[in-house]
Design a binder for this molecule. Structure first.
Ligand SMILES: Nc1ncnc2c1ncn2[C@@H]1O[C@H](COP(=O)(O)OP(=O)(O)O)[C@@H](O)[C@H]1O
Ligand SMILES: [Mg+2]
Length: 301
């Protein structure tokens, strides 16, 4: 598989807060990479940094962020804006925030879809009925319908290579969440999209991701295939997450949702909660070894 996105040594700081620290991962064409972690672990900051939409006052640095070999740091703001409009689709967490509340949905869709064949696109996601509702504003549609419409716009109208979905189903009920996830996987298969899928819900990770990066305190503490992460987790945080999962199946189950906990400012961020903490953990931030950031992980497999 071709490497589409390569991120190495990404840092994001807000005034007084280090939100993302030395994050590196790759994403291949046709692959779904899950970024999982509790609230505040830095997931949204990673997404915002990749698409250069961090809020004022935030600062990002990176050794390299490449899309299809092109260094994104070389792009001007205008080139980056064009890239966001064409090659990178972003699906927001709350569909309502990216639509005007007063303008009919169909008119907004026509505007966003540009030259694309809107009836055909709507047909592909089972939403042709929207065409019969030319006067209905967003509040007349369900959250699940709106989220599918936004995915449609992000993925089909512009045919990007990379889709960034930051908790796209968090506000939806389980049945609708399952529909949205099916749509995403269907698009991945049909368009060979790479998807960066952000979630705090391990049940969702198990359903949609090929590979997973587990975040804690701004670090990517463990990266692996979904199977590796679920069957042989190596980082104590990943292990704690999995042992807290009462059941790993059930579409849309919220049982795997992560509850935030304390993060150390020095040494390993997980040290205050770690069941196997050592003296060195409070003193030194572990460097990644074999895709795991833990003082227990030794360099030889
Ligand atoms: N605009 C901001 N200004 C200051 N701090 C922020 C801002 N956005 C996020 N943060 C902080 O950065 C850290 C990571 O946040 P975020 O990337 O939103 O995490 P997640 O998406 O995993 O919940 C948190 O400590 C959060 O409080
Ligand atoms: Mg977030």
């Amino acid at each position: 598989m071709t490497e589409l996105l390569a991120v190495s040594g990404l840092h994001v700081d807000y005034p007084g807060v280090r939100a993302v620290h030395d994050v590196s991962f790759t994403l291949r064409q046709g692959e779904v990479f899950g970024l999982v972690g509790e609230s505040g672990s830095g997931k949204s900051s990673v997404c915002a940094a990749l698409t250069r939409v961090l809020p004022p006052g935030a600062r990002m640095t990176a050794e390299a962020v490449r899309l299809d070999g092109q260094a994104l740091s070389d792009l001007t703001d205008e080139q980056m804006r064009r890239l966001r409009a064409t090659r990178i689709g972003v699906i927001p967490q709350r569909p309502m925030t990216s639509l005007s509340p007063v303008t009919p949905v169909l008119r907004q869709l026509r505007w966003h879809a540009g030259d694309a064949d809107l009836p055909a696109l709507l047909g592909q996601v089972g939403l042709r009925a929207v065409l019969d509702r030319p006067r209905d504003a967003p509040h007349r549609f369900s959250g699940g319908q709106l989220q599918r419409l936004l995915i449609l716009l992000a993925a089909l109208a512009r045919q990007p290579d990379l889709l960034i979905a930051d908790e796209p189903t968090t506000t939806l009920d389980p049945t609708v969440q399952a529909q949205v996830l099916r749509l995403l996987l269907d698009l991945r298969d049909r368009l060979r999209l790479a998807i960066l899928y952000v979630t705090h819900d391990l049940a969702v990770v198990a359903q949609v991701c090929d590979r997973v990066g587990v975040m804690y305190g701004g670090r990517l503490v463990e990266t692996g295939t979904t199977e590796q992460i679920f069957t042989s987790p190596r980082h104590p945080y990943t292990r704690a997450l999995l042992s807290a999962l009462p059941g790993r199946t059930g579409a849309g189950s919220r049982l795997g949702a992560l509850a935030p906990g304390p993060v150390a400012r020095h040494g390993c961020p997980f040290a205050p909660r770690c069941p196997v903490v050592m003296d060195v953990c409070a003193a030194q931030d572990p460097q990644p070894v074999l895709d795991v950031r833990c003082h227990h992980t030794k360099g030889t497999p």
